[in-house]
Design a protein around this ligand. Structure first.
Ligand SMILES: Nc1nc2c(ncn2[C@@H]2O[C@H](COP(=O)(O)OP(=O)(O)O)[C@@H](O)[C@H]2O)c(=O)[nH]1
Ligand SMILES: [Mg+2]
Length: 152
C-alpha cells in the first residue's frame, strides 16, 4: 500500500557532477551543519531528498540506475557548480525523466556575474524549467526555492 497521500513537501532528486555541492545543498535545506562527506551511494535524507553520487551521471553504465532512482521523485533538481566552466548535462538532459525539473547553481559566493550566467545557461540548455542561484556557504538564494519545495 502507498502511504503519505497528504505529503506536502516535494520529494526531490539531486543530480550533478561530483563536488557540485549536492550533499551540501541537502544539508543546508535540512538545517544541518555543513560538513564534507563523500556520497558513495544513493541516500534518502529526511524522507524527501534523494542525494546521488556524481558517478550516477558521469558514468554511462550508471544512467539506468539513476533513471530507476528518479521514479521516486516529484522533482528533478539539476545541480551545476558555478565555478565549473563546463557541464555534465547534455542539451535536453531532463526530457528523459518526464518529470518537472529545476536547476540550482551552487557556490555563487565564489564566482563573478559572468560565471553565474554561464552556469544558468548550462541548466537552461539541459531543460531546467526554473533556475535558482545559491550559496550554501553564504546561505543566499534559498527563499523562493525553500517555498517551492514546501520545506519551510
Ligand atoms: N564556497 C562554497 N563551497 C561549497 C558550496 N557548496 C558546496 N561547497 C563545497 O564543495 C565541495 C563539494 O561539495 P559536496 O556537497 O560534497 O558535493 P557533491 O559531490 O555534489 O555532493 C565541498 O568541499 C563543499 O564544502 C557553496 O555554496 N560555496
Ligand atoms: Mg555528495
Amino acid at each position: 500500500m502507498k502511504k503519505e497521500p497528504t505529503r506536502r513537501q516535494k520529494r526531490i532528486i539531486l543530480i550533478g557532477h561530483s563536488a557540485a555541492g549536492k550533499t551540501t545543498l541537502c544539508q543546508y535545506l535540512n538545517h544541518e551543519a555543513l560538513r564534507y562527506c563523500k556520497t558513495q551511494t544513493v541516500q534518502i535524507i529526511n524522507q524527501n531528498m534523494i542525494d546521488t553520487p556524481g558517478e550516477y551521471v558521469e558514468r554511462t553504465y550508471m544512467r539506468g540506475a539513476l533513471m530507476v532512482t528518479a521514479t521516486d521523485a516529484d522533482l528533478i533538481v539539476l545541480v551545476q557548480d558555478a565555478t565549473d566552466n563546463s557541464t555534465i548535462f547534455p542539451p535536453a538532459y531532463v526530457s528523459q525523466f518526464a518529470k518537472p525539473s529545476i536547476g540550482v547553481v551552487t557556490k555563487a559566493d565564489l564566482v563573478d556575474e559572468n560565471q553565474i550566467e554561464n552556469a544558468k545557461k548550462f541548466l537552461k540548455l539541459a531543460g531546467a524549467q526554473k533556475i535558482f542561484v545559491t550559496s550554501s556557504v553564504a546561505g543566499t538564494g534559498f527563499e523562493e526555492l525553500v517555498s517551492l519545495l514546501g520545506y519551510e
